[in-house]
Design a binder for this molecule. Structure first.
Ligand code: URP
Length: 384
């Protein structure tokens, strides 16, 4: 499986396909073409100086007579952990704060209204180790921990909504840990938090050792720039998880993730995109980049030899629209900022065409699911 040396699917297609074929392949693989955004040259200079990729795209919606366009710019950030995993905890967190601060500065110059960082962005993705210390020391309060205060500063300074996925320690309720995303309004106020609803038990992703399935349901956050929700990583494999955010009114669903090539790379371009189509909303898939090596070897009951790393986090963050179109992905191998301009009017416009909200048989599913979860349920299979 390719590591950092293989940049991206798009780059490979562009390098190898004749132009006419490329156009058709992109039409089928990516849907209606996204427009390239003109971002300030200073932003590209800062990105190049800071050694991260910067890309900008825009989705179009039809003009309406009764509503003005509802234009929003979202920023997706993917990054490596800059320091080795055995560096003291506070040093690692501080280095990540500095990295994200620099990328957010550039996002601000690109007019980003809502920025979202990757899953558990303040730490290496150490859950594969199943060790407690030092990894649990990365956990912090979702109300007033150092990272939340840092994000509040960013939000106020840049008039930007900040979605900050962290490892939460809920000191008021038994000191327990959660995989949480905190949504901070552009005013700097904490709007609220949401917790990862589905916890993986697959390969090295043994996160249930640290935290349980979220208990906050499917909250949606009304921001100045639209209604947003956060479906954290493994939740993207669960269509009903996306559905519930959409039923609660989400227009943009962020999917901050941490996942590796051998496990999920072929699913990645499909799942968030399919969710955008099925739920008439925008989805934003974000993945971390690179390899993280841990001091001690671990195994995960999957027949693999003891090892010290997860494999390759393949980046490839992208945005998908309700009409099924999507942006190209960021690269597989570099830190990056993807700026995407959305017109939220597209959600209703596509709903009016395809009508999935109208034709969804929610009552019937609810009735049948209510039966199916009962212990004495017997599946409705017709036999000869
Ligand atoms: N972080 C996380 O939930 N990863 C699980 C693997 C995947 O969903 O691809």
């Amino acid at each position: 499986m390719a590591g950092a040396e293989w940049e991206s699917l798009e780059q490979c297609l562009e390098k190898n396909l004749p132009l006419a074929d490329l156009r058709e392949v992109k039409r089928i693989l990516y849907g209606k073409e996204t427009r390239e955004l003109h971002l300030p040259s200073g932003a590209f200079e800062a990105a190049s100086k800071g050694d991260f990729e910067l890309r900008g795209y825009g989705f179009e919606a039809a003009e309406e007579q009764q509503r003005r366009p509802r234009i929003v710019r979202v920023g997706l950030v993917q990054n490596r952990t800059p320091l080795p995993t055995d560096t003291p905890v506070v040093k690692q967190v501080t280095a990540l704060h500095r990295r994200i601060e620099a990328i957010t500065e550039v996002a601000a110059t690109c007019g980003v209204n809502i920025i979202c960082f990757q899953e558990a962005w303040t730490m290496p993705f150490a859950f594969c180790t199943r060790e407690r210390l030092p990894w649990t020391e990365f956990a912090e309060s979702a109300e007033d921990g150092p990272t939340i205060r840092f994000c509040q500063e960013l939000a106020r300074k840049h008039d930007m909504v900040v979605v900050s996925p962290i490892l939460e320690r809920d000191a008021e309720h038994g000191d327990v840990l959660w995989n949480t995303a905190v949504v901070i309004s552009n005013s700097g106020a904490v709007l609220g938090k949401t917790r990862k609803n589905h916890i993986p038990r697959v390969g090295d992703f043994n996160e249930s050792t640290y935290y349980m399935e979220g208990n906050l349901g499917h909250p949606v956050f009304q921001t100045q720039f639209g209604r947003i929700a956060v479906n954290i990583c493994y939740g993207r494999h669960h269509p009903l998880n996306w559905l519930m955010y959409s039923i609660n009114g989400a227009e943009i669903i962020f999917n901050p993730s941490a996942t590796v090539g051998a496990l999920s790379e072929s699913l990645w371009p499909i799942e968030a995109r399919n969710a955008a189509i099925a739920n008439h909303c925008f989805t934003c898939a974000i993945n971390r980049v690179g390899e993280e090596r841990f001091p001690n070897e671990f195994t995960s009951g999957d027949g693999k030899k003891a090892h010290r790393d997860f494999g390759y986090f393949y980046g490839s963050s992208y945005v998908a629209a309700p009409d099924g179109s999507r942006t190209p992905g960021l690269s597989r191998n570099r830190d990056g900022l993807l700026v995407t301009e959305l017109d939220l009017n597209l959600c209703r416009q596509v709903n009016d065409i395809w009508g999935f909200k109208m034709t969804g048989r929610y009552k019937m599913y609810a009735r049948e699911l209510t039966e199916a979860v009962k212990p004495n349920y017997s599946p409705n299979i017709m036999k000869e």
